[in-house]
Write a protein that binds this ligand. Structure first.
Ligand code: CTP
Length: 210
């Protein structure tokens, strides 16, 4: 299978040196790419993280949500499974200053506008013909929820027309281990107890490839 995987927290630039981002490390996405390669699959990793790419991955570095969307759209037709692990920024500055913003004594307001939902776009287009082979293309999301974890994740599964949603909590951010819960439409929740992200990634790839 050819896995298209996104990782890291996108960076939305305010001016030439400052950006809005989040605490995502990219470790889970990188572990998934490494696990896919180890299991004999192809992996394209679209990353907003500074981690060293896994050997054998087709690596594309990006900064912003807009850039990530452009690359996902380009690569989507050739993938068998998209896994959106990236912590995509939901907002981006309305205007990026072409020069470094100088400090003054006044309050500073930055106006933000919503970004495109990349995963929802993929959910809408997943049944379009694949460039490489026939058969269904899987679209997998990660849901980061700090309360009502299952309800929030199931809402995303349905609203974004996904095949699989993997729920996690802020406790996993930056950690080398993770505990996740996995849901597919019409199936029961599957719990993967806390383990190294490399182990969790191996199990997820096995599940998606079967
Ligand atoms: N996602 C995306 N594009 C966005 C926002 C999120 O593709 N603009 C993807 C993420 O990569 C993840 C999934 O959607 O796979 C869920 O992301 P999450 O941050 O948990 O939820 P949101 O949809 O952003 O909703 P909210 O922040 O309100 O929980």
């Amino acid at each position: 299978m050819h896995f298209l995987i996104t990782a890291g927290g996108t960076r939305e630039y305010i001016d030439t040196v400052r950006f809005i981002s989040n605490a995502s490390s990219g470790k889970m996405g990188y572990a998934l790419a490494a696990a896919a390669i180890k299991a004999g699959h192809k992996a394209t990793l679209i990353s907003a993280s500074d981690l060293q790419p896994p050997v054998g991955a087709n690596f594309i570095g990006v900064d912003s949500t807009g850039e990530m969307f452009t690359v996902v759209k380009k690569r989507f037709p050739k993938c068998d499974c998209l896994i959106m692990v990236a912590a995509v920024s939901d907002y981006t500055p309305v205007k990026k200053s072409k020069t470094k913003i100088k400090k003054t004594k006044k309050n500073l307001t930055i106006r933000l506008k919503p970004t495109v939902d990349i995963l929802a776009w993929a959910g809408k287009h997943k049944n379009e013909r694949r460039a490489t082979s026939d058969g269904p293309r899987l679209v997998v999301g990660f849901a980061l929820e700090d309360k009502a974890v299952r309800a929030g994740a199931e809402k995303k599964l349905k609203e974004k027309n996904l095949d699989v949603i993997i729920a996690n909590t802020p406790a996993e951010i930056g950690s080398d281990s993770a505990a996740v819960q996995i849901k597919m439409p019409g199936r029961k929740w599957l719990k993967l107890p806390r383990a190294a992200k490399t182990q969790i990634a191996k199990k997820i790839i096995e599940l998606l490839a079967c």
